[in-house]
Design a protein around this ligand. Structure first.
Ligand SMILES: Nc1nc2c(ncn2[C@@H]2O[C@H](COP(=O)(O)OP(=O)(O)O)[C@@H](O)[C@H]2O)c(=O)[nH]1
Ligand SMILES: [Mg+2]
Length: 199
């Protein structure tokens, strides 16, 4: 797909703040600091559009980006960061699950973003289970693959396929926001999902 425009729309802290713009959502889910925002920037080819940070656990908002005035990229708050305040952590589950529940019908594809260097965690599997339970199409993107050797990448592909197997729309894609690895493969899935899925 050719990206003709992409812009930050809103950081929603409550469901009432979510934009009313029509069109399908592509949602990005994953642990804090795993590279969700960097992946969004790389996929859209705009440096600095989504704020990235080396300090995890900062964003507890749902950030909307409008792409080609037709669909939305949605950066969901990350999970699994131990140092976030308890109150924030308790709010995360209902916030994200509520979002997935509310917009289930219009989600064309959920990208479950994991770190290619690590085995999938319990929370990653929980997310995969939520997506499956709600019937939301999803794909695993194992990012930061630039930090692995060729052998490490081959191994990571196997580990992800085994650890997060399920009803994903395709095999886990090894990706890197730094090198651009995997962007073509992810876009192929997005093109297909956006042509058929969502509203
Ligand atoms: N080497 C490398 N670093 C990355 C990659 N993606 C993200 N990072 C770094 O990981 C940190 C967290 O990235 P960010 O996109 O903010 O993660 P988020 O919390 O999931 O949105 C930042 O310091 C990024 O520069 C990648 O593909 N390769
Ligand atoms: Mg982020």
């Amino acid at each position: 797909m050719k990206i003709t425009s992409s812009r930050f729309e809103i950081a929603a802290y409550r469901s009432q703040d979510e934009p009313r713009a029509l069109g399908p959502d592509v949602v990005f889910l994953g642990r804090s600091n795993v590279g969700k925002s960097s992946l969004i920037n790389r996929l859209l080819g705009v440096r600095g559009l989504a704020r990235t940070s080396s300090q995890p656990g900062r964003t507890q908002s749902v950030n909307f980006y409008r792409v080609n005035e037709r669909f939305n990229f949605v950066d969901l708050p990350g999970y699994g960061y131990a140092k976030v305040p308890e109150a924030v952590r308790r709010g995360w589950g209902p916030m994200v699950e509520g979002f997935l529940e509310r917009r289930r019908e219009r989600i064309a594809l959920a990208l479950l973003v994991v770190d290619a260097r690590h085995e999938p965690r319990e929370l990653d599997r929980t997310m995969r289970d939520w997506l499956e339970a709600k019937g939301i199409p999803h794909l695993v993107a194992a990012t930061k693959a630039d930090k692995l050797s060729g052998n490490g990448r081959a191994r990571a592909e196997r580990v992800m396929a085994e650890g997060l197997a399920g009803s994903a729309v395709g095999r886990p894609v090894l990706a890197s926001a730094q090198s651009g690895l995997g962007m073509g493969a992810i876009w192929r899935h997005l093109d297909r999902a956006l042509a058929t899925g969502g509203e």
